[in-house]
Design a protein around this ligand. Structure first.
Ligand code: ZN
Length: 356
């Protein structure tokens, strides 16, 4: 079963998505969200024709500008109308939310069929948070409205914690987890990755601006300690069987990719068909690297070590990184094997300094 996630028009809620084909929806010089909605409905109908499930993303962390009530007065009815329309057409299974205020701001009595998915932005790492969330959701709805929970990304290789969560779940809730992002476990940017990517302004979209704050800034860390990429939140397609009975759906990132790249990743994880000379192509934060990361450099005990739940000494990952360097030096002598941060250069750090 395939799940398709889709974002509504960017003027409905900051969704952390660039909008590369913005011009397509310009009419008489003005952005027309209705044109965009027509495309969404067409896409959803196609998904349903193939019997795919669909999930609308309303998981921006902020509902417009946080101190502006007028903004909410115009925004909330628009979100309400949009969800009601999708609900009536029976083309949407889940709505993914990250902001619990949406539970009370929307009139869910008029959105009967769409179930709720708790976004990764809820940072759910324990059964306790799911229990509290269920308590909250059951306050507003009949039970069973919370249908799926996206687990916090650091849990990916922590099978013991996932087992504990699975065992203690009282209500039937599906568990989902992202498997190919590549952000560092314990990344200090984690909240900010989400926060800044969900607050892109309409002007930024119109002018094709980069995000105000580079979302992949954690590459500044891996630029100096590159072996940490081996201890981050990605797994290989062969690892998926370790989650049997624990995880109900695996989520692939990256929202900004081309259709071809996304299809290649689906093929990799669903059919185990991928380029084994370069695992970088699977991992969102590594796919722009030009050196190769061949699967063969991973030692035979790699799978058992990373899923052991033990603290793995950094030397273990450093020795694999050395193997990657040796492999590339032998085959691609002109390739510089390092984490590339060209697009995140230090030059851009002081761009908000006052200009006299
Ligand atoms: Zn990060």
């Amino acid at each position: 079963m395939l799940f398709f996630y889709f974002a509504p028009s960017f003027d409905l809620l900051g969704t952390g998505r660039r909008f590369p084909n913005y011009e397509k929806y310009i009419e008489n010089g003005i952005y027309n969200p209705n044109l965009f909605d027509e495309d969404i409905i067409c896409f959803l109908n196609k998904c349903k024709a193939y019997k795919f499930k669909t999930c609308v993303l309303l998981n921006g962390l902020l509902l417009g500008m946080p101190y502006n009530n007028n903004d909410l007065k115009s925004k909330i009815p628009k979100i309400q109308q949009f969800l009601e329309r999708l609900d009536e057409m029976c083309v949407t299974d889940y709505v993914c939310i990250a902001n619990p205020y949406l539970l009370e701001l929307l009139n869910w009595n008029r959105i009967k069929n769409i179930k709720i998915k708790a976004s990764v932005n809820f940072q759910i790492k324990s059964e306790r948070t799911i229990r509290l969330l269920n308590n909250l959701i059951n306050y507003w709805f009949p039970s069973g409205k919370l249908a799926e929970v996206e687990l916090q990304k650091d849990l990916l290789r922590d099978i013991k914690s996932i087992e504990k969560i699975r065992k203690s779940l009282e209500n039937p809730v599906n568990l989902s987890i992202i498997i190919n992002e590549g952000c560092l476990n314990g990344c200090p940017y984690q909240i900010m990755h989400q926060l800044h990517s969900s607050t892109m302004s309409i002007d930024d979209v119109k002018n094709h601006q980069e995000f105000k704050f580079g979302v992949a800034r954690c590459k500044n860390i891996t630029a100096t300690e590159p072996w940490l990429i081996l201890d981050s939140n990605w797994i290989l397609p062969r690892h998926m069987e370790r989650y049997t009975g624990l995880i109900d759906s695996f989520k692939l990132t990256d929202r900004a990719d081309s259709t071809d790249t996304i299809l290649n990743k689906v093929k990799a994880y669903a059919l185990k068909d991928y380029d084994r000379e370069n695992i970088n192509t699977l991992i969102s934060l590594m796919q722009m690297e030009s050196w190769k990361f061949p699967e063969i450099v991973l030692p035979p005990d790699f799978d058992d070590i990373i899923f052991s739940g033990r603290d793995v000494p950094e030397e273990y990952y450093a020795s694999i990184w050395n193997k990657i360097k040796k492999y590339n030096a032998g085959r691609y002598p002109n390739e510089r094997v390092a984490i590339q941060i060209d697009r995140l250069s230090k030059d851009s750090l002081f761009r908000y300094e006052a200009i006299d």
